[in-house]
Design a protein around this ligand. Structure first.
Ligand SMILES: Nc1ncnc2c1ncn2[C@@H]1O[C@H](COP(=O)(O)OP(=O)(O)OP(=O)(O)O)[C@@H](O)[C@H]1O
Length: 615
């Protein structure tokens, strides 16, 4: 039985490789061990009294097995909930597990966090999960996850999404955005708050929700989280990603019928990874997946999904396939960073949306992370890293070294540093785009378990990954874009916990001096005098890629920018702004710092041809 996302994906792929052959694009031939005739396949087990309502989706997609889902042929088709693997491993139903809070989360850290919303008729935030009617099964899962109260982004985003509004949400790393988009999707599908009924289409999955994210690791992580939230709700969550032969992808599209009188359709949330030029479009074009019943579209790391690497593919999927248009489907965009150019692009996918910013500025980092910048010449970086690691060894927990994530610029650089660390007695592993998926999964698992407490990574690991116990993020090579820095350091200091981030800076990083120093100030960090001098020079010297004159974080909702062309941006839907503390009733106090000038300058770093370590 798969125990982690990596296991389940491996299981899915093994199943695919071992159990299926693809005859033509419309027929799958499972090599099943025993044959059960069609008239017996739908029979309820002796313990089950209820049967599926007329018209339940018992179509031929049942020929596709649930990953790790037991004997599909003997089981009735409408008992998905009975066959569902318990992702919490608490089959004895022990209630005492629910008594604890999610280990170590410090909600006081969020007490004063400023929140800004803009748009028409913004629904009010909630203070507790009990105030939101998410449905009993989902509430139980929230308790199983030991989430005692919603994080700031959840307090605002969940009521907004439940009210049916489109949303662009920018909230700090590690602040619970995954649940913020999963809860309304799962709750909405559970309730069937949409009229359309998915048809019975053999061999074609007709999901009601689609969640897109930029890496396999992140897609699998969202899948694992969403499975917990959806447990016993009747909503089936499946993951698909590209880069594998088509027969290996098809196996994870599972249409499930649920024995629930409210629902006679399959209800699926698909979590997709997108790789440029690959996979999803191909999959859609082969009609394995129809998007015409999509009710919810969520883009995690939305700014990344809409930058030049992915945007054409996203446009094709969202605008040129059979997905319902904005206003018919509900669209939610989430990230910790939202440059103005990307906000502008994103507005094409949204209708009358609400913009939500949690944190002092759009794209700011959390002050739970202690940020240090050290001046280190290229030639001294390795010995400097060694010093840090030696110091850290002394602070190991339970005899294990604290987990350290080291970001470098290139794949070759990652391999070389990993080798050097291992040679010098520091067990390290690496993750980057030249490693196979299996190697990447292995590396992540080994890092998470603490067996290899140092992970050397390129930007492929910069976004979204929620790895508990990462105590230290080292920017061995600083990125060229401040937003990448925000995501990288966000691998520590998550869910109310504190963390440490150290950056090695030298003359090669001069263009980062200004944005780095601004960001650190915003996050109440001490800016070294030498960095402040660099930053001052940069502001007189004409900038560079990261110089976003006029205050890089000033723009917030780009619709508030005086330059915003309402006609071109999708209609006159801007409805003013509101500012609040996340836990305070009154707003105010943060207005002074938000310049109207915007200033996410044109050069930005999102242009074509940006070097990427993502593939
Ligand atoms: N209400 C809550 N109570 C306690 N823990 C929570 C709550 N919501 C989320 N978490 C936990 O917080 C951690 C971070 O959540 P998540 O990965 O969704 O953050 P994120 O905002 O998407 O971060 P990133 O921007 O890096 O992708 C996870 O381990 C999650 O289980």
């Amino acid at each position: 039985m798969p125990t982690s996302w990596a296991d389940s994906v491996a299981a899915a792929e093994n199943t695919a490789a071992g159990s299926y052959s693809v005859g033509n694009s419309n027929s799958l031939t499972p090599n099943r061990p025993t044959y059960v005739p069609p008239h017996l396949r739908n029979r309820p087990s002796s313990s089950e009294v209820a049967s599926a309502p007329a018209g339940a989706n018992t179509g031929s997609t049942s020929a596709i097995p649930a990953v790790g889902g037991g004997n599909r042929w003997a089981a009735p088709r409408n008992d998905y909930r009975d066959r569902e693997v318990n992702p919490f491993g608490d089959d004895d139903g022990t209630e005492q597990q629910f008594d604890q809070e999610n280990t170590g989360i410090n909600f006081d850290a969020y007490e004063d966090i400023p929140v800004e919303t803009s748009g028409d008729n913004v629904p009010p935030p909630v203070n507790t999960f009990a105030e939101i009617d998410l449905g009993e099964a989902l509430n139980l899962n929230i308790r199983r996850c030991k989430y005692v109260k919603p994080t700031p982004v959840q307090r605002y985003a969940i009521p907004i999404s439940l009210s049916g509004r489109d949303l662009m949400a920018c909230a700090q790393t590690g602040s619970g955005k995954t649940a913020a988009f999963c809860f309304p999707i799962i709750s909405g599908i559970m309730r069937g708050q949409f009229g359309q009924r998915a048809p019975r289409m053999p061999h074609t999955a007709c999901p009601h929700a689609l969640i897109l994210s930029p890496t396999r690791e992140l897609s699998c992580q969202i899948h694992e989280e969403a499975k917990k939230f959806a447990y016993q709700t009747g909503v089936k969550v499946v993951v698909a990603y590209g880069g594998a032969p088509i027969n290996q992808q098809v196996v994870i599209f599972i249409t499930v019928s649920i024995n629930d009188s409210n629902f006679v359709n399959s209800k699926e949330v698909l979590t997709f990874l997108l790789l440029p030029r690959r996979a999803l479009v191909d999959l859609l074009e082969r009609a394995r997946v129809s998007l015409q019943f999509i009710r919810y579209l969520a883009l995690d790391e939305a700014d990344r999904m809409l930058d030049m690497g992915f945007e054409p593919q996203i446009r094709k999927i969202v605008q040129q396939m059979d997905m319902p248009p904005p206003g018919v489907r509900q669209t939610m965009l989430f990230s910790a960073t939202f440059p103005k150019e990307i906000q502008r692009l994103a507005s094409d996918f949204l209708a009358n949306y609400i913009f939500l910013a949690v944190g002092r500025r759009v794209g700011s980092s959390t002050d739970l992370i202690l940020q240090r910048v050290e001046y280190v010449q290229e030639s001294d970086k390795r010995s400097h890293l060694m010093d840090l690691l030696h110091a850290q060894r002394a602070n190991g927990v339970h005899g294990k070294q604290a987990l350290t994530l080291v970001f470098v610029e290139t794949k070759k650089g990652a391999d070389a540093l990993e080798y050097w660390l291992c040679m010098n007695g520091f067990p390290a592993t690496t993750i980057h785009g030249d490693r196979t998926q299996q190697e990447r999964e292995l590396a992540l698992r080994s890092f998470k378990s603490g067996n290899t407490p140092i992970l050397v990574a390129t930007d492929v690991a910069a976004r979204g990954l929620d790895i508990p116990h990462v105590a230290h993020v080292v920017n061995f090579d600083l990125p060229n874009d401040i937003d990448d820095y925000v995501h990288r350091i966000g691998r520590t200091g998550r869910a109310g916990k504190s963390g440490l981030a150290t950056a090695f800076f030298n003359d090669n990083n001069a263009s980062m001096a200004r944005p780095l120093s601004d960001l650190m100030q915003e996050a109440n960090q001490e800016v070294p005098a030498w960095l402040a001098r660099y930053a001052a020079r940069a502001s007189y010297g004409g900038g560079g890629k990261n110089r976003r004159g006029g205050g890089r974080f000033g723009g917030r909702d780009f619709r508030r920018d005086s330059n915003f062309n309402r006609g071109g941006g999708g209609g006159d839907y801007y409805g003013g702004g509101n500012m609040n503390n996340a836990y305070g009733a009154a707003g105010g106090g943060y207005g002074g710092g938000y310049g109207a000038s915007g200033g996410y300058g044109g050069s930005g770093g999102y242009g074509p041809g940006v070097a990427s370590a993502w593939d």
